[in-house]
Structure formats: structure tokens, C-alpha cells
Write a protein that binds this ligand. Structure first.
Ligand code: WQD
Length: 344
């Protein structure tokens, strides 16, 4: 019997896909989520895919009493994956206190309870945003960290520092920090996927909602960048590939496979893809038109960033293998399922 894993933010986009992969290989999972950016229906989707309904606690990790009760109710938790965080770059600029309090208090509470509860390790959901605008691409784990360009990005940088300080102080647990590039797509079953609240900030959900006619047209934020087609370049990584990396990270921690107490991995495909190329991939692979117009640049956008994933490939034995066209088809299938269910 594999040990129980606590997944905070587990009804969210990446969290829910990770819970499916954990359950597929036999880990019992308990989710805590305050449902501020997700809903309970996700539990049905997870169950339909993996045949198992994860344990679920509606609650906020910023409340230590809630966490203490969870550990009493669900004994034997040996690993934590921490997704619970506010994550909208623009919103973080308007509401910095909410972001620092939510994202940092969550992490501090988890780190505080891990020792007394004999938890062996925590996987932390970080982001390529810690690199800012890299001087050169592809980006490795040794690429210098730049000053954050938003409170959201700063919470990721500060969180990594907190984890490092706590573990270096002699805490009896390990950590694997995963720096995601741009997670996109949906589970091939179309039972779970990205479901942003309100008007999507991220590119792919805006594309699928435009393709569905929910949005009139997509605005492409700038085509005057120093890139081959003038639009920004990103490393779009399939969300299921990303989820699988978390399972490997948990196993690595619990099986004590590394002599390091802290490990950091870039999770990307290693392929830079422009905004216009991604739009083309979506239209070509689904046959669905996406009306778009070029508008001015969006403040804070990075011109180009993509990963050198060799460290994760070699050390974790993990590769982001899903072709982009397949990822786009899965994103579209999910949008169609939402329409079918009358969700949007
Ligand atoms: C991608 C590209 C836009 C929308 C952010 C965070 C990152 C992670 C993912 C949480 C950019 C362009 C977008 C649109 C567009 N967040 N775009 N029209 O900004 O790379 O990353 O979200 O984990 O940490 O920084 O993602 O999808 O918003 O934008 O032209 O309607 O698409 O300008 O070049 P981003 P994004």
C-alpha cells in the first residue's frame, strides 16, 4: 500500500490532473481546496477517469487549525504537493497583500506541520516566471533568477527561498521544486481541464472560448517583438505530461532516491513556440477557425522564454512527449464537453 499524499489545490487545473496520475499508480490522495478558483464537480471528473474518488476537505491552508484537523482525520500522509496559491499575474499587481498572505501563509503552515506529522517531503509548484526575461534561451535551472515583475512571481521566488531556509535549518524532510513553463491542454478523456473564472487571462482557454463563439475574437498582444513572426515565444507544456512529472517527484522523495534535500527542475518541452504558431496549431489540428486581431503589447509580458529540460529528462527520466497538435485537440475536446454540459 502506497502512502497517502496530500494535494493542496487539488481541484484546480494542474492539481486535478496530478491527482488522476497519483491515483492511477495507487497513491491514496486527500485534497484540500478552498474552491476559490475551482469547484467540487472536478471530483466527479477525477473519479470518472481513475475510478477512485479522492478524499476531499473544503478548507484553507492559511488556517492552521484546518490543517491540524486534516492530519488527524487522514493519518499517514507522507508526501505533500502544494498547488494551493493565487496565480493571476495581473490580479497580483492589484491585490499584493492577498497574494503574499495567501501564497506564503499556505506554504509556511505546510512547512510548520510537516515535521511534527512526519511528512517526508513536499513538491512545490513554482514557475518559469522566476527567471523574468532571460538573457538567453533555453533556460536552465542555473539561469540567474531576476527581480520578479509581479507580486505573483515574487511569491514564487520567496517561496523557494523559504523552502531552502527551512530545510537548511535541519528540517527532517526534503523538497522538489518544479518550475513550470506554460501548462496547456486537458486530459484526453475531456473529463477535466482548465476552467478559468470569468474572462480567461491565459492564451489557450481564450482561444478555445473564441473558437466556441463565447468570445468574439482573440486579441494577440503584440507582433512587434524581436521574434521570427513578431509574437511572443513560450514553452507550452501538456498538462498531463506535467502531472506525470509530479508523480515521479513524489516517488523520488519518498524512495529517498536523491542525496540532495532540495532539487529544482524546469518542466518544459524545450521547444519555443510563438503565440501565432500556437493559434495556427490549434486551427490546423481541430479544423476550427479562431478569429483574432493584433493589438498592443500586454504590460509585463516576457518576450521569449523556453526551457532546457535536460536536467528533468536525465535525472527524473521524464520527457514532455505530447505533440502540440494533440494537446490543442484535447483542449478543444474539453471546451466542447463544457458546452455539452451547459457549463459555458
Ligand atoms: C502567453 C502568451 C501573451 C492571452 C502566465 C504566468 C505563468 C503561468 C502561466 C501560472 C503571452 C499571449 C495571452 C491573450 C495573447 N501562470 N496572449 N492573448 O503570461 O506566459 O504566463 O500564465 O502558473 O506563471 O506568468 O501565459 O497564457 O497569459 O500568455 O496574445 O488573450 O500569450 O501576450 O505572450 P504567460 P499567458
Amino acid at each position: 500500500m502506497k502512502p497517502r499524499i496530500l494535494v493542496t489545490g487539488g481541484t484546480g487545473y494542474i492539481g486535478s490532473h496530478t491527482v488522476v496520475e497519483l491515483q492511477n499508480v495507487g497513491y491514496p490522495v486527500v485534497i484540500i481546496d478552498n474552491l476559490s478558483n475551482s469547484n467540487r464537480d472536478v471530483l466527479d471528473g477525477i473519479e470518472r477517469i481513475s475510478g477512485i474518488r479522492p478524499d476531499f476537505v473544503e478548507g484553507d491552508c492559511t488556517d492552521m487549525a484546518t490543517l491540524r484537523k486534516l492530519f488527524q482525520d487522514y493519518p499517514g500522509i507522507k508526501g505533500i504537493i502544494n498547488f494551493a496559491a493565487s496565480k493571476a499575474v495581473g490580479e497580483s499587481i492589484e491585490k499584493p497583500i492577498l497574494y503574499y498572505r495567501n501564497n506564503l501563509d499556505t506554504l509556511l503552515n505546510l512547512l510548520d506541520i510537516m515535521g511534527p506529522e512526519d511528512v517526508k517531503g513536499i513538491v512545490f509548484s513554482s514557475s518559469c516566471t522566476v527567471y523574468g526575461e532571460p538573457d538567453k534561451n533555453p533556460v536552465t535551472e542555473n539561469t540567474p533568477i531576476k527581480n520578479a515583475t509581479s507580486p505573483y512571481g515574487n511569491t514564487k521566488q520567496i517561496s523557494e527561498e523559504i523552502i531552502t531556509d527551512v530545510i537548511n535549518s535541519g528540517a527532517p524532510f526534503k523538497s522538489v521544486i518544479l518550475r513550470y513553463f506554460n501548462p496547456v491542454g486537458a486530459h484526453p478523456s475531456a473529463e477535466i481541464g482548465e476552467l478559468p473564472n470569468g474572462v480567461p487571462q491565459n492564451l489557450v482557454p481564450y482561444i478555445t472560448q473564441t473558437a466556441m463563439g463565447i468570445r468574439k475574437e482573440l486579441s494577440v498582444f503584440g507582433n512587434d517583438y524581436d521574434t521570427p513572426d513578431g509574437s511572443c515565444i513560450r514553452d507550452f507544456i501538456d498538462v498531463v505530461d506535467l502531472a506525470k512529472a509530479h508523480v515521479i517527484a513524489v516517488e523520488r522523495m519518498l524512495d529517498d532516491k536523491s542525496k540532495e534535500k532540495i532539487e529544482i527542475f524546469n518542466l518544459g518541452t524545450g521547444r519555443g513556440v510563438s503565440v501565432l504558431e500556437l493559434i495556427d496549431s490549434f486551427m490546423r489540428s481541430t479544423g476550427v477557425n479562431v478569429p483574432y486581431k493584433i493589438v498592443g503589447r500586454r504590460n509585463g509580458d516576457i518576450e521569449k522564454v523556453w526551457a532546457d529540460p535536460r536536467h528533468a529528462n536525465e535525472v527524473l527520466g521524464w520527457v514532455a512527449a505530447t505533440p502540440l497538435d494533440e494537446t490543442m485537440r484535447n483542449a478543444w475536446a474539453w471546451q466542447c464537453k463544457l458546452r455539452e454540459r451547459g457549463v459555458m
